[in-house]
Design a protein around this ligand. Structure first.
Ligand code: CP
Ligand code: NVA
Length: 304
């Protein structure tokens, strides 16, 4: 049976930690000029039904950086766009490639592909989860702050795919997470309940962003309207006004708190230009770490 990465909940604390440790090791070795060839002769297929800059390029760079090869498929160019069943797509692709990296809308698409695929399926973002992003974000937190276990991680804004994956990570890895989301925009309740049931530290859901950041070591922010929610953009601009991460909000947080944004950012909406461009914001280190983390994920899931 292949090991799929559908959500962070697929992995134990030890397995999640080993992705992070390996990503840090591969990053260090690359800086030292080590040439990696762990995936020589392997090929992955990228199936993307939503736009991407970072995730696509970092997965491609990661695969080439380990000696492997990539076939990119835009969803609209495959027979999926003409309603070929996912279970057929999964079994055909698995005859050609050693792993599939999938960005799509429904989590059920990733689940079904994984259910029929004899090679690993990796979730590169669905409406419900963004697991690879959160792994590279945790790697970034560890680089900047040391171990994550004793940190307070804040989430300010929409209870979206990123928030859901942070919740799963908090449950598994055992760090404190404080989310501030407007009424009607809370994270997925089942994911929250499952994570809380196993969590060693509190996972708190609030309305007030000021309260969420007041003791935070790390402040996470993401767009107010995710891909697929473009028709809600206007309404969300109003609902989320007081959730902007700006200098006023950061003045309420510890001076040492850092800001994470997975990008792309909408300056003047969820984050100000001043904050995004400030030394406190580590968004571009996060973006770089996606490549190192994707190497670790690919090496562990499709390497020998
Ligand atoms: N952070 C992230 O997933 O970016 P892309 O949408 O550009 O892949
Ligand atoms: N929540 C965002 C993340 C983008 C990387 C989205 O789904 O569009």
């Amino acid at each position: 049976m292949p090991t799929h990465l559908k959500s962070l909940h697929d992995f134990s604390k030890e397995a999640l930690t080993s992705f992070i440790d390996l990503a840090i090791k591969l990053k260090t070795e690359r800086q030292q000029g080590v040439i990696h060839r762990q995936l020589n002769g392997k090929t992955i297929g990228l199936i993307f039904e939503k736009p991407s800059t970072r995730t696509r390029v970092s997965f491609e760079a990661a695969m080439y950086g380990l000696g492997g090869q990539v076939i990119f498929l835009s969803g609209r160019d495959t027979q999926l766009a003409r309603s070929e069943p996912l279970k057929d797509m999964a079994r055909v692709m698995a005859r050609y490639v050693d792993g599939m990296v999938v960005r799509t809308f429904g989590q059920d698409v990733v689940e079904e592909l994984a259910g029929y695929s004899s090679v690993p399926v990796i979730n590169a973002l669905t409406d419900l989860h963004h697991p690879c992003q959160i792994l590279s974000d945790i790697m970034t937190v560890i680089e900047k702050k040391g171990a994550i276990q004793d940190l307070k991680i804040a989430w300010v804004g929409d209870g979206n795919n990123m928030a859901n994956s942070w919740i799963q990570a908090a449950g598994r890895l055992g760090f404190e997470l404080i989310l501030a989301c407007p009424e009607g925009y809370a994270p997925n309740p089942e994911i929250l309940a499952t994570a809380r049931a196993e969590a060693a530290k509190p996972i708190t859901l609030l309305r007030d962003p000021a309260q969420a950041v007041q003791e935070a070591d790390v402040i996470n922010v993401d767009v107010w309207a995710s891909m697929g929610q473009e028709s809600e953009q206007e309404e969300r601009l109003t609902v989320f006004q007081k959730y902007q991460v700006n200098d006023q909000l950061l003045a309420l947080a510890p001076e040492t708190a850092i800001v994470l944004h997975c990008l792309p950012a909408h300056r003047g909406e969820e984050i100000t230009d001043e904050v995004l461009e400030s030394a406190r914001c580590v968004a571009f280190d996060q973006a770089e770490n996606k490549m190192h983390m994707h190497k670790a994920i690919l090496a562990q899931l499709i390497g020998e």
